[in-house]
Design a protein around this ligand. Structure first.
Ligand code: IMP
Length: 437
């Protein structure tokens, strides 16, 4: 395959460019209308993706956001961690709502989240006292720890002869750990084993070497979307460590988490809110602990779709966004929830920080420093008009246009589109990613 041919691939990665909850599900669902495949490449049921169509609202956590489109193959890639009870219950809800789950394919290399991971996640958070990460308590960190520690159990292991022995070893090992470290109650191996075997039967026919089908799809010029979970600032390597999730959330992990060559990836959209939110602990220089923050939280329904926790709210942090664009391999950004800012007299964008009396333009590595960063803002006039029905950039009030233009200018990147409400129709695309010939 020569270089010119590779430039024609119709592959697109969609990642969050902030701390998660940027509305990736909606944007993925939007692009999925013309896609053939949607691939989840990292994370587990810690993610909560809301997709909405014709007033019908759906929440998915591990099932890819292409599920509303019956012609889309939805792949759960090798880089994810799967909680079987949660996946099955999600599939059952989808089926009840009339969606077809036959389109789901699951990587045989994906790791499993077991009840002991969840128990350990809960105990570890408790033990951290005032240093809590604020995890979703879905066992994600402990499951990825086992993967890296080579003690993880993958989907492909379930059908093998030594599965029972492997799981028994793990349950006993974790029980010793839970008892010694937290004085916790042991988990019952037989219950975990029987449940896993029962649930496995329901998804057995969906398990395959998904890397092969993804590569085939891209090479046969199908449109393939890679759906990230969380956001770049929660990336285990590049995020605001230790207040991060346990996987690589950036687009650079899409090839690894899907099992394909990096050369097969063509475009990367970073989804960013018109402001910032964060759940869980960690530095957040632009956080608004004020009435304006409360107003944005209520208008933007900023409560965790998965855990119901109120999200912390702040002005757009362009320093963090620029950083995410750089380390996250982002080629375009998509701005969501622009409508939420309507009615504010002034809107601020953070363009640099002051740390120890010095101006800095990038994210410090240590959260301790990040917590001390004072944001330097550029202030812009807001707009009062309701923009939820606009159909183009030109229909936006002048100040909203200027706000978007300013984000482009500061972040040195093109905005590919923006969204002004939860419905698919409230999505304005400014440029075509794929030419439809
Ligand atoms: P974990 O992924 O459950 O281990 O949580 C680690 C950090 O990532 C915590 O701050 C969580 O609040 C955050 N987090 C995990 N998943 C999401 C998500 O889907 N949206 C926003 N934050 C998330």
């Amino acid at each position: 395959m020569n270089k010119n041919e590779s430039q024609d691939y119709r592959s697109l990665v969609i990642v969050g460019a902030q701390w998660g909850d940027e509305g990736k599900g909606k944007i993925t669902d939007y692009f999925a209308q013309s896609a053939d495949m949607v691939v989840r490449f990292a994370g587990g049921n810690n993610a909560g993706h809301i997709i909405e169509q014709n007033g019908k609202k759906l929440k998915v956590t591990i099932v890819p956001s292409g599920i509303m489109n019956s012609r889309v193959i939805n792949v759960i890639g090798n880089g994810t961690v799967i909680n079987l009870p949660s996946l099955i219950s999600e599939m059952e809800i989808l089926e009840k709502e009339g969606f077809i789950t036959d389109t789901i394919k699951i990587s045989n290399r994906a790791h499993l989240v077991f009840p002991y991971h969840i128990v350990i996640d809960e105990f570890q958070e408790k033990e951290r006292k005032n240093k809590k990460i604020g995890t979703t308590k879905r066992g994600i960190g402990p499951a990825y720890s086992d993967k890296v520690d080579r003690q993880g159990i993958r989907i492909c292991d379930i059908a093998k002869k030594d599965f029972k022995e492997k799981l028994k070893y793990n349950v006993e090992y974790k029980n010793k750990f839970i008892k010694a470290m937290f004085d916790g109650k042991p988990l019952n191996f037989e219950d975990i084993y029987n449940e896993t075997i029962e649930l496995y039967k329901k998804i057995e026919d969906k398990i395959t070497d998904t890397a092969i089908i993804i590569e085939d799809a891209i090479k046969s010029n199908k449109t393939v979307l890679f759906e990230g979970a969380q956001g770049v600032l929660l990336d285990i390597d590049h995020g605001t460590y230790p207040f991060v999730t346990s996987s690589n959330t950036s687009a650079n992990n899409a090839p690894t988490g899907a099992g394909i060559s990096a050369n097969l990836i063509k475009h990367v959209i970073g989804v960013a809110k018109a402001y910032c939110t964060r759940v869980g602990a960690g530095g957040f220089p632009t956080e608004l602990l004020s009435e304006i923050g409360d107003q944005i939280r209520e208008k933007g329904h900023e409560y965790g779709s998965n855990t119901g926790r109120p999200r912390r709210v702040g002005w757009l942090d362009a320093v963090a966004l620029k950083y995410a664009i750089k380390v996250g391999g982002i080629t375009n950004i998509f701005i969501t929830l622009l409508d939420v800012l309507s009615g504010l007299e002034k809107i601020k964008i953070c363009t640099s920080y002051t740390l120890n009396n010095r101006q800095i333009n990038s994210l410090p590595a240590c959260d301790e420093d990040y917590q001390e960063c004072i944001p330097n803002f550029l202030e812009m006039p807001g707009w009062n008009e309701d923009i939820t029905q606009v159909k183009s950039f030109d229909e936006l009030p002048e100040n909203a246009k200027n706000y978007l233009k300013m984000i482009e200018k500061i972040c040195e990147i093109d905005i590919i589109g923006f969204s002004i409400g939860p419905d698919r129709k409230q999505t304005i695309l400014l440029d075509q990613i794929f030419n439809h010939d």
